[in-house]
Design a protein around this ligand. Sequence first.
Ligand SMILES: N[C@@H](CCC(=O)N[C@@H](CS)C(=O)NCC(=O)O)C(=O)O
Length: 228
Amino acid sequence: MTSNESKGERTVAELTLVIGNKNYSSWSLRPWLALRHAGFDFDEILIALSTNGTKAEILKHSASGRLPALRHGELTVWDSLAICEYAAELKPDAGLWPQDQAARALARSVSAEMHTGFTALRQHMPMNIRSSFPDEGRKPGVKEDIDRITSLWRQCRSRHGADGPFLFGSFTIADAMYAPVVTRFRTYGVALGEVEQAYADAIWNLPMMKEWAKSASDEPMIIDSAEF
Ligand SMILES: N[C@@H](CCC(=O)N[C@@H](CS)C(=O)NCC(=O)O)C(=O)O
C-alpha cells in the first residue's frame, strides 16, 4: 500500500486500459482479465462502441482505431494479445504463461489460434454476456469452430491441467483468450461435455469474471447487431 492509499486517497494508476462495452467487447475482456489476474492496479476508460462518435474517441487513445489499448506513461500498447504479452513481461512472476516450455508453446498456439481464427463463431455468436439466445447462431462453420475449441480445451486440460481447473492448471493468458468463448457458450446454450463444462464453469465462477459480467448487465448501451 502506498502512503497516499493509507490516507484513503486514490493514487493514479500507471496503467490505463481503454476498453469497449463490457457486454459486447470480447477483445477488451481478454487483457482486462490478464491484468486483473496478475494484480495490476489500472484505470479503465470505457468507450461506447457502435456510436457516431466511437471512432473519433478511440483514435484519441489508439491510432489503430480499435480497442483495447493499454497506456503506460508515454507508451501505448494495442491489440488484446500484445497487451497480454506486455503484462506477462511486466510481471514475469505472475504466471501469465505456463512455466514449462512445451506447455507455454501450446498455450501460445491456442491463444494465437483464438486471436486469428474461429471467425464463424465470432460472427454468428457475438459476445452478449447478459443475454440468452439458446436457439440462435447455428450457422455454417459454427459447429466446426465449437468442435475445434472443445477439442483444444480437452487437449490442454488432459496434458497440462493437473494442477488446477484451467487450461494449464493455473490461470494463464490462454484462459483470458478463451473466456469470451465461455460466455458465448452460455449465451447461445451450447451443450458441452463433462471436461469442457467443468472448465467453462471454472472460468465463469472466477470473481473477476463475475465482476465484469455484473458491469456488463448494468450497461445501458445496446448494439443491435449483437442482439437477436
Ligand atoms: N485484433 C484486435 C481486434 C480489436 C477489435 O476488433 N476491437 C473492436 C471492439 S471489440 C473495435 O475496436 N472496433 C472498432 C469500432 O467498433 O469502431 C485485438 O485483438 O485487440
